[in-house]
Design a protein around this ligand. Structure first.
Ligand code: AMP
Length: 481
């Protein structure tokens, strides 16, 4: 039988074009199962592995169903961390770009006023962490009356992080006739109770990948005293020679100490932990995704749900105390069909945690051989060059999409009473430009941004020089955003 294609779903050209430009050839297993059910407006509980394509599984059909003209948000996604919320927002943006779907992320540690402004504009999808979402609901700055879809992503992690009451408080405030979709790697009892109380005859879906991500990951452990860990890490770096590696530590302090030690040895590394400013965290993630450094040293919270392509190695410098964390951590490698290596350091006292992980998930984690001096020396010759070489900048996955799209800055906004219709109207009146070439329009107080599609950015920039918007002269340039 022929493989199912995205074309086989009732998807419009706008959405199919984004999918094609993102390079998705066939629907993944979770997408095959979930997309038709969302089209039928069913409540679903999805137990699926990390990296299975679950974000697109809900974002694709939901983008298809969104009513563009509606001013109030129609979709609310709850995610446990700010990083994940931003990533989901990006995925909606990528998939809904040609349909012009607007998406807003709301999370703590960022000024609420900026978010309030964004929420005042037309936004179709809101992705938030539970606490900040609740704040906006209580302030009356997030309208829920038109919410048709609620997605609870990484529900088990919400539970682990103590957010479950906030999730329930949000659920209590939503319209009853909505569709609820819940995604979770594991389904503990508490989550089942939540589903029974808040979902409408949910359909259970379990994705057993044919070749589960776990099988593609070479898992090794080393039993090692804490004070010898750094020495072992140095040896493994040269014998394993990672292209891109996440090193997990238990605490913020351990992360900072290890980064200091690694920098002392000249390794290309950066820290990521919950104690950092939000802007710093976003910046580090961006640089890691682009391949600007090799080692990301992080805590669990900061790294949750992060989707970075081509991570070759995961090192559990400190073994996780929560066994589920082990699966989440190592699931950062072996993504999108690739293989990877996960190395876990275990002190003698922690050995029982390793056994617990093996038993709970039915895994065999092999004991690793400590590399010999010769092996390390040989590795050094090969790897030193790479460590010294200029970083290889990876292509952002939305680059392909961005190629044909130019974001333009216009020096007028709300204060000059400019509306999206005014901007779209003026741009469409330029010779050679059709209404379909105008993408997402974002209007701020004093300026606006507009996406120009189909590679027509230059034509619009030139054309606008001779035009006014709502009778006003404006300055236009390529956006620095
Ligand atoms: P997720 O499980 O949502 O974290 O997605 C994991 C990765 O798979 C992301 O990098 C997606 O961009 C990618 N992805 C999602 N759907 C597909 C697909 N149908 N084909 C190829 N890659 C995909």
């Amino acid at each position: 039988m022929d493989k199912l294609k995205f074309k086989d779903f009732a998807l419009s050209e706008d959405i199919l074009e984004s999918i094609e430009k993102l390079g998705y050839k066939n629907p993944s297993q979770v997408q095959e199962k979930v997309i038709p059910l969302i089209f039928k407006n069913k409540d679903i509980i999805v137990k699926s592995q990390t990296g299975s394509g679950k974000t697109a599984a809900f974002a694709i059909p939901i983008c298809e169903k969104i009513e563009l003209e509606e001013k109030n948000p129609q979709v609310l996604v709850l995610a446990p961390t700010r990083e994940l919320a931003l990533q989901i927002k990006e995925d909606f943006y990528d998939i809904g770009r040609f349909k012009r779907i607007n998406c807003t992320a709301i999370f703590g540690k960022e000024p609420i006023t900026t978010q309030i402004k964004e929420l005042k504009q037309r936004t179709h999808v809101v992705v938030g962490t539970p606490g900040r979402t609740l704040d906006h609901i209580e302030k009356g700055t997030l309208s829920l009356k038109k919410i048709q879809y609620l997605i609870i992503d990484e529900a088990d992690e919400m539970l682990n992080m103590g957010f479950i009451d906030q999730v329930k408080a949000v659920l209590d405030k939503l319209p009853k006739n909505r569709v609820t979709l819940l995604f979770s790697a594991t389904i503990p009892q508490e989550i089942l109770k939540l589903c029974a109380a808040y979902m409408n005859n949910p359909i259970n879906i379990e994705i057993e990948a044919e070749n589960p991500v776990i099988n593609r990951i070479n898992q090794i452990y080393y039993q090692i005293e804490a004070y010898k860990k750094f020495d072992l890490l140095n040896k493994l770096v040269y014998t394993q020679r990672p292209e891109s590696c996440m090193i997990f530590c238990r605490t913020k302090k351990n992360v900072e100490d290890l980064v200091l030690q690694m920098k002392g040895k000249g390794y290309s590394c950066s820290a990521l932990h919950g104690g950092m400013l939000q802007s710093e965290r976003i910046d580090v993630m961006k640089r890691f995704k682009r391949g600007e450094f090799i080692f990301l040293v992080c805590t669990d919270v900061a790294a949750r749900g992060i989707d970075v392509e081509n991570i070759t190695h995961i090192i559990n410098y400190d073994i996780p105390m929560e066994k589920e964390s082990y699966i989440h951590r190592i699931g950062r490698t072996g993504r999108a069909g690739k293989s990877g290596t996960a190395i876990t350091f275990v002190t003698p006292k922690e050995y029982r945690f390793l056994e617990e992980i093996e038993n709970s998930f039915n895994l065999t984690i092999e004991k690793g051989d400590v590399p010999s001096k010769e092996e390390v020396e040989k590795g050094k010759d090969i790897y030193r060059e790479k460590l010294k070489a200029a970083p290889k900048i990876k292509k952002d996955k939305s680059n392909k999409l961005n190629k044909d799209i130019t974001k333009i800055y216009i020096s007028a906004g709300k204060k000059k009473k400019i509306s999206p219709g005014d901007i779209a109207g003026t741009i469409s009146s330029i010779d050679g430009i059709n209404p379909e070439d105008v993408g997402i329009i974002e209007i701020q107080d004093n300026f606006s941004y507009v996406d120009i599609l189909s590679g027509k950015g230059r034509t619009v920039l030139d054309g606008l020089k001779h035009k006014t918007i709502k009778g006003k002269s404006v300055r236009v340039e390529i956006a620095q955003k």
